[in-house]
Design a protein around this ligand. Structure first.
Ligand code: LLP
Length: 427
């Protein structure tokens, strides 16, 4: 379980007891393990080392500047998708040359900010956006470093909401149309077109989907080179898996073993944009049981965490393993739903938000829990806090980072005043 392990029946985050963190900082609470975060980053870096890639941590998955700074210090670049993420990346100390900026819609203002910061690459997703970038480049008297996001029409076999590499999604330009776009803009004085960008979805546990999309990308680059359009960069995106239920995500070494041979020796600068595979298993959400109740055949645990803190179950029907922080003799061996203990109760874990979609888990066999007990929801380092909301005017939870026995509050719990901060009292 990475560095969230049960010792003597108690859940630890590295050297800190999770129950003590909950006492000290309150609940709901995000707890991150520094060692787990860095381990996942280093595994990926080492696995792909032969390609000397630029690894750009995908900030959208977990945007806390303190976490990003840890990765930046390891040499990571940052993948951003908005002016706000660019702001965070720079605040985390990222080298602008190692920042890539993606996304289907950027405002002129955001593009100017990115160029002022001298970031390394902007990924473009449509002809209209190529025209926009070219115009801003000309107006600023510069050639915008650009990659064209191509849509390889590959099914990543993941949730439909996080599928991006199929033709019918809004992302990228079809491979058939991409050649014309590049030929048309290759010599534009406002652009320096460096290469192509591919990102097929997230999470993608099927390595064959990468093989197919990268092969198509390589073929496309070769065809463009033959036609006189020089491309020196391939950004293969992110999407590598993480463990939610057990060890279902291929290890970094397996992705690299099958992807690297396609890319080596081609004179291409390789960029990776991993998020989830680095951060997901490095965080948990800790909640306290407010109430238990039964209704018909259903047994509910009503906890103080909700879709505000972790929207993935509501949005994608995502599975997150959940278990008591104080497990006693019932220490789970994996994150799978089936655990080999007697007397478990079939339970729905729900939050206080006024929506039927506000659940963290359904139909789980759990030890009986009572009011006041603590529950951990695992694999919540990615797309948890970064998708948090204040819906129902619930202040966002605090984030703490554990490094051995050292504990740092890296984002304080929001207050009621924070809820109304942007609403001038005298408007
Ligand atoms: N690059 C691009 C262009 C992306 O769109 C994404 C994620 C990534 C990189 C990073 O993907 P990762 O390595 O983290 O899988 N909220 C959803 C995931 C949305 C992913 C959006 N794009 C979830 O909770 O599953």
């Amino acid at each position: 379980m990475d560095r969230f392990e049960y010792q003597g029946g108690r859940l630890m985050a590295e050297g800190a007891a999770v129950s003590e963190l909950a006492e000290r900082f309150g609940t709901p609470l995000y707890v991150y393990s520094q060692e787990t975060l860095l381990t996942h980053y280093r595994r990926l870096r080492d696995a792909f080392a032969e390609l000397e890639p630029l690894i750009c941590y995908s900030l959208k998955c977990c945007a806390n500047t303190h976490l990003a700074r840890l990765l930046v210090r390891e040499g990571s670049g940052v993948d951003v998708v908005s002016g706000g993420e660019l702001f965070r990346a720079l605040r985390a100390g990222a080298d602008p040359a190692k920042i890539v900026y993606a996304g289907v819609g950027k405002t002129d203002g955001e593009i100017v900010e990115a160029l002022d910061a001298k970031i390394g690459l902007l990924n473009v997703e449509s002809i209209s956006e190529m025209e926009q970038l070219a115009a801003v480049g000309v107006a600023m008297g510069t050639r915008v470093p650009t990659a064209l996001r191509v849509n390889p029409d590959v099914d990543p076999k993941t949730h439909v909401y996080t599928t991006t590499g199929k033709k019918e999604t809004k992302f990228g330009v079809d491979l058939e149309a991409a050649g014309d776009v590049l030929r048309r803009f290759a010599a534009h004085p406002g652009l320096h077109i460096r290469g192509i960008h591919l990102h097929i979805g997230s999470p993608v546990n099927d390595v064959a989907a990468y093989e197919l999309s990268i092969s198509r990308g390589i073929e496309f680059i070769a065809a463009m080179r033959a036609a006189g359009v020089v491309l020196d960069t391939i950004d293969i995106g992110g999407g590598f898996g993480a463990h939610y239920a057990g060890s279902e995500a291929p290890p970094a070494a397996e992705y690299a073993r099958r992807i690297a041979p396609l890319l080596r020796g081609r004179g291409l600068k390789v960029i990776l944009e991993p998020g989830r595979s680095i951060a997901a298993n490095a965080g948990i959400v800790v909640a306290r049981v407010l109430h238990t109740k039964s209704s018909g055949s259903r047994h509910f645990l009503i906890v103080d965490a909700s879709m505000n803190e972790l929207i993935r179950p509501a949005l994608y029907g995502a599975y997150h393993f959940a278990w008591p922080v104080e497990a006693g003799a019932r220490v789970p061996a994996t994150r799978a739903a089936e655990q080999p203990f007697d007397g478990l109760v079939r339970t729905d874990i729900v939050g206080p938000v006024c929506e039927s979609s506000d659940f963290l888990a359904k139909d789980r066999l759990l030890p009986e829990m009572k009011r006041g007990d603590l529950l951990a929801v695992f694999s919540a380092g990615a797309y948890a806090m970064s998708m948090a909301s204040q819906y129902n005017s619930r202040p966002r939870a605090a984030e703490v980072l554990v490094n051995g026995r050292r504990v740092r509050l890296i984002r304080r719990r929001e207050t009621y005043d924070d809820l109304v901060l942007a609403e001038p009292p005298d408007a």
